[in-house]
Every structure is written in C-alpha cells, then in structure tokens.
Design a protein around this ligand. Sequence first.
Ligand SMILES: [Zn+2]
Length: 452
Amino acid sequence: MNLKRTIIAAVVFCVFFGFAFSAVIEDTPGMMRVLLLEAPSVKIISLSGCFSVVKPDGHTDEFLEETEFKAEGDFISFKDNKASGILKLSSPSYMQVNGKPYRGDIFILSEKPGYLLVINKLKTDEYLYGVVGGEMPASWHIEALKAQSVAARTYAASMKRTPRHASFDVFSTVKDQIYAGVEGESPSVIEAVNATSGEILVFNDSPISAFFHSNCAGRTSPGDNVFESGDLPYLASASCPYCAPSEWTYSIKRDELSKLLNDKKIISGDLLDIKIDKTDDSGRAVSLKIIASNGVTTVKAADFRLALGADKQKSTKYSLVSTPMDGAEKKVFLLSVKICLPSNDSDNETSTLVDEKVVQADTMLQAQMEKESLEHLAGILAASRLPVSIASIKSEISEIDVSSAFTFSGSGWGHGVGMCQWGAYGFAKNGWDYRKILYNYYPGTNLTKASF
Ligand SMILES: [Zn+2]
C-alpha cells in the first residue's frame, strides 16, 4: 500500500513539477526549433478546423477561432485561461501566426515578464522549404537550388550542435537564415530540398560553416579575411567564372562618416583620410587605415563594411577615391617610425612599425620637429628591445590631403566567402550538377547523408 502511494506521489510530482522545472522545448533529431517572434502577444488560428493547446499541466483545450495569447507578468493568458511555462499548439493543417501560415507545431513560452517566445518546431526539410526560396530565387536552375538546399541544411546541422537558446536552434531572420514559413515555399524549392534530403557537407566529420553570398565578382574571398574562422581549408578562395557583373558606387561625406565611425567607436576624433591598407589575391580590401585627428586606426575591411551598412557598401572589392577639400586647411602630416633590421637581401629589410602619429602643423618645419622627437623616442625604444648596433630607425613624413568625401567603386555583393549564388547559377546553367558546384566552393569537403 505504501509502495503504491509512493508511486502515485512520484507520478503526481513529475507531472506537476517536472513541467515547471524543465520548461524547455525539447530538441528532437530530424526537427528544427525556430524562433518566429518575441512579443507581448500573438494571434493564432488554424487554417482549417481547430487547433489544440496542451497546457503545462497536461490538460488540452481545443480552439476553433483566432485566439490571442498575451504575456501577463510571468503568465500566458488566452481566452479564459492562464498558464505559466510552455504551451504546445498543434493542428492537422497549417496554423497562422499573426496571419502567416506555418507547418509543424507552435510553442508559446513565457520566459521573461511581459514577453512571449513563439517557436515553430517542424521537420528539418519542411523548415528548408521556407528557407531556400528566401535565399535564392525559386525560378533559378534546379541544380543551383539543390546546392543552396545543401548549404542551408548544413548550416541548420551546425546550429543543432550549438543552438541559439535552450528552447530554439535558430532565429528566423538574417541573424541565421531567413525563414518565411509556408509563404516562402514553391514547387521548385520543395523539389530541390527533397532531392537532397539528409545531405550535408562535412569536413573532418563535422558540418562545415557553409557561408554563402550573392555575387563574388569573379573570385571568392578566403574565410579568415572576413570571419574569425581560423584557417579553414574549405573556405579558400575559389574561381567563379560565371558571376554576372554587379558594379556599384557608394559615396559618403567626410563629416557624415566621421560621426558614424565615432558613434561605432571605431575612431575617436575628427576623420581626416582613409587608405586601403592591404588587399588579397581576389582584389578585396582586407584592412583599411583610418587617419583621424587623434591617431591612426587599422580596421578590418569586412567590419568597416558592416559599420557603413552591408547594403550600401555592397562588398569589400573596391577602389577608393578621396575628394580633396577646397580651400587652404591646416596642413596635416602622418609620421611613421619604423625600427629596421638589416638583412642580406637589401630589398627585403624587415621592419616593425613602432609608432604613427598624426600632426596638424602649419609648416613642414613644425612637422620636421615632431619627426625628430618621435625618432628620438623610437631610438630609446629600439635600444631597450634590440641590439642597437644592428637596428636602425627609419621615419617618413607624408602630407595628408584632408578629404571632403570618399567614393568607393566596387563590384560584387556580399562578404564573398563560400558559395557564390550567381556563380552557382552560372555553373548550373552550364551543365554542372549541385555536387560539382558545392565542391568548387567548399574544396576538400564531403557530401554525406546525416541525421541530426
Ligand atoms: Zn561569383
């Protein structure tokens, strides 16, 4: 009798407290958990028939009409109900979330007071039906759509390993992949996803970081120029002969850019000039030197692009023209001081930049005086670091033309890493299948069927 009571008590405890303590939407193999929105309220209706709501206590209610779910403190209120924890909404047909239809189940979770998390849990391929069409036009060649499907599935597989949250794997926005639900679906996309079902790209048995972009303008960029990806061999620069030309120009006034760079804390002080510091073999800027009144900052070209807006400066493949200011401004000089170590090959002297200083001076003479004091400091530094007998100090003075505006003239669209979508489209039209396309952009990877 006592044993029976204990079992009943244990079951009751698990039903009531188990839900309360494990308020997490379970990760299930073969399914994705996608955050649709975080909002104070959401309206749900089933497209045909009713939908059911399973409450945290296990009790189920049926609803025929559109129902609003609202956050009330830590609780979720809907019709005459109030619950805390997770609600599971299911329907034999699609459910509309704020007017947009979705496959699978909808979960509503109250995590912080006043806000609901609305999460769509559905089969991975059904999730991809709503992703691929948002990333590539559904009218494109089927082999390009298949390549995009594999890239998107590989991304999903890697996110399942490192989910965004205990209750969801991915966002439905550009933070991850844009997921539009049923509205994003089309027959060609469904065909491409089904034809490649389960296939992902792996490197050393792990899903790769399958970056992709719109248009590389002829050659893709090595991954480590853009992301902190380390030296991943499959993100090497790849040739892309079928990219459609995509040229752009973007101009910005110095005052405006100066404010923007200060707001983003990339510089502090007045922006004077920008120079391309380093380019890679694909012709992209890797780093920029930003000369401001209080010093020189080197910034990654990819970060600079995001600061300006990725839709404005469309790629990092550009030339830069500065428009000089009209009229006589105060002269600005850039002093660079290097410690040099002589080598046997006189053309290949190794040097270390120890200081760069921006000097606003009326005359060259003033700049020369600054230079001498800087050289003196560098000499002291060299003596403390290196055997003085073999170190020499070199310095340069260059006059900076303070610019009134900067014009970037570029080609391509996107960060340039991984698969180029316009290039994939071109390869597909020229008879390549999706495997060959993927191996071109992600060299050294393997296509494999995986369950995740
Ligand atoms: Zn390309």
